[in-house]
Design a protein around this ligand. Sequence first.
Ligand code: PLP
Length: 395
Amino acid sequence: MPGRHFLQIPGPTNVPDRILRAMDRPVPDHRGPELPALVAEVVAGLRQVFQTARGEIVLFPASGTGAWEATIVNTLNPGDHVLAFNIGHFSHMFADVARRYGAQVDELDLPWDQGVPASLVGDRLAADKSHTYKAVLLVHNETSTGVTSDARAIREAIDATGHPALLLVDTVSSFGSIDFRFDDWGIDVALTGTQKGLMLPPGMAVLCVGPRALARAEQVTTPRYFFDWRPVIAEMQRGYFPYTPPTLMLYGLREAVRMLQEEGLPQVLARHLRLAEGVRRAVKAWGLQVLCKNPTEYSNTLTAVRMPEGTDSEAVLEAAETHFQLSLGTGLGRLRGRVFRIGHLGALNELEVLATVAGVEMALALAGVRVPMGAGVAACQKFLMESFLARITKG
Ligand code: PLP
């Protein structure tokens, strides 16, 4: 089919030409003189996006799953008690990594259309008088449901109890797209991958590690080699790595942080909010429902849309892919067939969102869901136009 393919899954996201061009170069000597300046710029740029001055940046050739594993092996011993929340497919898997390494995970089963209530975290930790919990696991933006938990409120709830548990946060689908403040919110470890808000291909795991987690890693006896972050931090401070790094990805990463800096982080976050709201207006105009129950927890990087009774979201995905070159996110785990997910993160603008909404609308109709043709596009366009006009009037 002519024209471009629309990759509107909630990551991997579309890689801008500028990043592809930055990566299209000869492979450098990873022990050579080019590396230190490259690594320093990447680290400084990532620190800005994590909004941290005190966090150590750690890079591994891996994905979000590798970032989970790196976080767990460096902060937990077998037998350590961990508090986790099952609010979707990914939060359950994060807890599972800790369990596989022998942690005693209290994984609280919560509804899959809501975030983690800060009060629940506070209550659990307040009840843990002898401080057996060593860590709290949180997925900031649950990609399977399109729900963003209030990490700041959770931090405050932990602080109110005076509990010393580490707060380990998955920012895989929020980093560089939804506000996340490593220092202000007292995060101990934040982890992400390159393939979503960073607009790169999949391939690298990015961690930001705070002082308490660094200290914990010195006490932890869990066997680790590749994912031991200590030699990585030591080498990265010199501008190198203890393994052969994916050097071309580093050039792409440098370009990505430059792009985020040029647009400005507040503007990047505002763009994600705007585009997400445009999509939500479309869902409403179709007469369908966003899975996320609480509007204050709506995700600005993806929207999970509930299917009407008796219809199957897999049919929407198939129609979109086959007829319109549009990839949408499938329903994961227990949501299979019941929701589809529209990714609206990374390198994305108004017209691309409108085209996506138009494609979804046609795919829904082909999958037997009665939607008034054009209603979603019109609602989305109206909102995007109003917010554009508000911006230029203000500017
Ligand atoms: N955490 C979240 C929130 C995710 O969305 C994903 C993947 O989409 C992962 C972890 C796992 O990351 P990966 O698939 O890059 O290994």
